[in-house]
Design a protein around this ligand. Structure first.
Ligand code: AKG
Ligand code: FE2
Length: 288
């Protein structure tokens, strides 16, 4: 459904499953409470909101993020942009800032972010799109018996493959403060395989090829086979939206019910994005 505020059309759906584009919204200006409420409601309905042609600075990017919720540090491990902007995570393709795999952000922590606000700062001349996919739709592609099984499972999420070396070698073992704790180790965490959205009550298939390594209580072979089945359910084009960036575009996503994939099709061109993250809560599964 298209959303209107004071007779203006604000959000136009991009697909029936996921994604909407905002019209006539200037994120550099202070937002009225009514508009903030519309953005929050649209995020629950569409999961991914595209705000084209914005003119944000690092300061106004942070200010917009704050209007949506409490911000985290840039990342548990990767330092923020500078002392003035510790919340901004700079993804620079020439310094490892690529993510060409379906993943939900920071699920290797007990409390992954609620959502993120990503801004295109410097784009390659070709390629560099980002895709988001609906994990509620992924859950619904599973057969009923498999859904019943998934509802009961828990899985291990491990960020060490991606961030341990960075933590040890580039930061001397001292990461950022996350949920009040200084990060010195990246101990794997356990989350339900099916996450219940804390605001809508809808179920998502909350595993991801980026960070989920095993399913608790299964043999290694069973765990691998079942994760493969779950991963195949994630990322169908029909459940996904792909954004072709223009400089200044801002995209907000709900990290509780989506995964995303940054397409690495621009070779050695530089691509720089700024991301801020909104603090989230501990995922919970369906009650038996
Ligand atoms: O670079 C992008 O388009 C997205 C990268 C990513 O995974 C993120 O910002 O969380
Ligand atoms: Fe990401």
């Amino acid at each position: 459904m298209t959303t209107t505020v004071e007779n203006r059309t604000v959000f136009e759906p991009l697909t029936v499953a996921i994604g909407a584009r905002a019209h006539d919204v200037d994120l550099s200006q202070p937002l009225t409470p009514a508009l903030v409420a519309e953005i929050r409601a649209a995020l629950l309905e569409h999961k991914v909101l595209v705000f084209p042609n914005q003119n944000l600075t690092p300061d106004s990017h942070v200010a917009f993020g704050r209007s949506l919720g409490e911000l985290t540090a840039s990342h548990p491990v990767v330092p923020g942009m500078d002392d003035q902007h510790p919340e901004i995570y700079v993804l620079d393709s020439t310094d490892g800032g690529k993510a060409p795999v379906w993943h939900t952000d920071v699920t290797f922590m007990k409390r992954p972010p609620l959502g993120s606000v990503l801004r295109a700062v410097s784009l390659p001349t070709v390629g560099g799109d980002t895709c988001w996919t609906d994990l509620e739709a992924a859950y619904l592609t599973l057969s009923e018996p498999l859904r019943r099984l998934a509802d009961q499972l828990q899985a291990v999420h491990d960020g060490r493959k991606d961030f341990q070396e960075y933590l040890d070698n580039r930061l001397g073992g001292e990461g950022n403060t996350w949920d009040g704790d200084r990060i010195r180790t990246l101990d794997p965490v356990v989350h339900p395989v099916v996450r219940v959205h804390p605001e809508t009550g809808r179920k998502s298939l909350f595993v991801n090829p980026g960070f989920t390594t095993t399913i608790l209580g299964l043999s290694e072979v069973e765990s691998r086979a079942l994760l493969d089945i779950f991963f195949v359910a994630i990322g169908r084009p029909e459940h996904s939206v792909r954004h072709r960036w223009t400089q200044g575009d801002v995209v907000v996503w709900d990290n509780r019910s989506t995964a995303h994939y940054a397409v690495d099709d621009y070779g050695h061109f530089q691509r720089v994005m700024h991301r801020i993250t909104i603090r989230g809560d501990e995922p919970f599964g369906p009650t038996p």
